[in-house]
Ligand binder design. Structure first.
Ligand SMILES: [Zn+2]
Length: 138
């Protein structure tokens, strides 16, 4: 993927009791060692949505396995965090693993936001500079 050489994609389906079928895809490249995993729900979209609440009261609660589908939303009201549907993809991990992913995405977005603000400031300053030059010449 990164080096444009042929890699290997492995897929398997797995059924979670009382939930549904999920498809786990793993890509590996022997050339550059790039690895990527993706989890998607199988068996179509359910007719009705369902809300699950996980209370984390003790450190062991962070080890709980969970699957977040690509179309679901995460809300952590205690820290004012909402991850809107479609922004994280499917995740099969623990509560801690999911929080790490949310943290990583947050910091990437923050960097992008800062870069955009910086670019806007540069554009604005050059516009002001151009305007002041025009004022000086006219
Ligand atoms: Zn590669």
């Amino acid at each position: 993927m990164n080096c444009h050489q042929m890699g290997v994609t492995r897929m398997c389906t797995c059924t979670i009791p009382y939930f549904k079928e999920i498809i786990i895809m793993a890509f590996t490249c022997d050339n550059c060692l790039h690895r990527a995993t993706e989890v998607k729900t199988g068996g179509g979209v359910s007719e009705l949505g369902r809300r699950y609440t996980i209370k984390v009261n003790k450190p062991e609660d962070l080890n709980r396995d969970l699957f977040k589908s690509e179309s679901s939303e995460i809300e952590i009201p205690e820290i004012g965090c909402t991850v809107v549907r479609g922004s994280l993809g499917g995740v099969f991990s623990t509560v801690e693993g999911l929080l790490e992913k949310v943290n990583l995405i947050y910091h990437r977005c923050l960097k992008l936001f800062r870069a955009t603000i910086l670019l806007l400031v540069i554009v604005l300053m050059s516009t002001i500079n151009l305007t002041s030059k025009n004022l000086l010449t006219s």
